[in-house]
Write a protein that binds this ligand. Structure first.
Ligand code: AP5
Length: 222
C-alpha cells in the first residue's frame, strides 16, 4: 500500500457500516474509529461526555458538533504515525467535515475515499428492528439475515447480544429524518471533493463487500 489511507464509511442508520467495517479493517490494516461506539463506551463508563451525549443518542438526534469534534481531535492527536484510518459515522454534519479537513491538514493527510452506502428506508427499518449486537466486540447480528448460531450469544467471542436503546421504532424514525436533513448533504461536500463512491447496500453482505473492495482499489494501488 503506497500510503496510510484515510477512509470514510457513510450511510443511513442500518446501512451496514458496522457490518462492513470489520472486513475493511482486516483487509486494509485500518484503525477503526466509530463515533457511535466511542459515545456508547463513554455512556457505559459514565464519563462527562457520556452523560452529555446519552439523551441525544436515546432520542436519535445528533450529539452537538463541539462534543464530537473534541472527541475526534483526541483520537487524531493519538493516531500512530503511518496508520491507516477508517472513520465510521463521522463526519455527520458540514461543520464536522470542515473540522476534519483541518485536523487532517495538520497531519499532512487528506480524505482518500468516502464509501457512501445507500439502502431504501423500508429496508433500514426492518434491519434495525431485527438487529442484535455483541456487548463485547460490537459485531452486529440480524434475526433475518445473520442470526447467531445460539440465540443471544456472539458466534465470535461468546459475548452477550443486546438491542440498542436507540433501535426503538420512535428513535429509528428520528435517526432516519436526521440523516436525511443533516448527514445526507455531507455526501455533496465529498462529491465536490472528488472522493465519493456510492455503494448499493441493498444486496447481500458479500456483494456489498465486493463493491467496497472495488472502491478501495484506486486507494490501495496508490
Ligand atoms: P451510530 O452508532 O453511528 O449509528 P448509526 O449511524 O445510526 O448506524 P448504525 O450503527 O445503526 O447502523 P450501521 O450502518 O452500522 O448498520 P449495521 O452494520 O449494524 O450512531 C448512534 C448515535 O450516536 C447517533 O444517532 C447520534 O446520536 C450519535 N452519533 C454518532 N456519531 C455522531 C456524529 N458524528 N455526530 C453526532 N452524533 C453522533 O447493520 C444493521 C443491521 O442490518 C444489522 O442487523 C446487520 O446484521 C444487518 N445487515 C447489514 N448489512 C446487511 C445486508 N447487506 N443485508 C441484510 N442485512 C444486513
Amino acid at each position: 500500500m503506497a500510503h496510510a489511507p484515510t477512509v470514510l464509511i457513510m450511510g443511513p442508520p442500518g446501512a451496514g457500516k458496522g457490518t462492513q467495517a470489520g472486513h475493511l479493517v482486516a483487509t486494509y490494516g485500518l484503525l477503526h474509529v466509530a463515533t457511535g461506539d466511542l459515545l456508547r463506551e463513554a455512556v457505559a463508563a459514565g464519563t462527562l461526555l457520556g452523560l452529555e451525549a446519552k439523551s441525544f443518542i436515546d432520542k436519535g438526534t445528533l450529539v452537538p458538533d463541539d462534543l464530537i469534534i473534541g472527541m475526534i481531535r483526541e483520537v487524531a492527536a493519538e493516531l500512530p504515525e503511518g496508520s491507516g484510518l477508517l472513520l465510521d459515522g463521522f463526519p455527520r454534519t458540514r461543520a464536522q467535515a470542515i473540522a476534519l479537513d483541518k485536523m487532517l491538514g495538520v497531519l499532512d493527510r487528506d480524505v482518500d475515499v468516502v464509501l457512501d452506502i445507500r439502502v431504501p428506508h423500508e429496508v433500514l427499518i426492518k434491519r434495525l428492528s431485527g438487529r442484535w449486537i455483541c456487548r463485547t466486540c460490537q459485531t452486529p447480528y440480524n434475526v433475518d439475515s445473520r442470526p447467531p448460531k445460539v440465540a443471544g450469544v456472539c458466534d465470535l467471542d461468546g459475548g452477550e447480544l443486546y438491542q440498542r436503546s436507540d433501535d426503538t421504532a420512535e428513535a429509528v424514525g428520528t435517526r432516519l429524518e436526521v440523516y436525511e436533513t443533516q448527514t445526507a448533504p455531507v455526501s455533496g461536500y465529498y462529491r465536490d471533493h472528488g472522493s465519493l463512491v456510492t455503494i448499493d447496500g441493498d444486496q447481500p453482505s458479500d456483494e456489498v463487500r465486493a463493491a467496497l473492495d472495488a472502491a478501495m482499489q484506486p486507494v490501495t494501488a496508490g
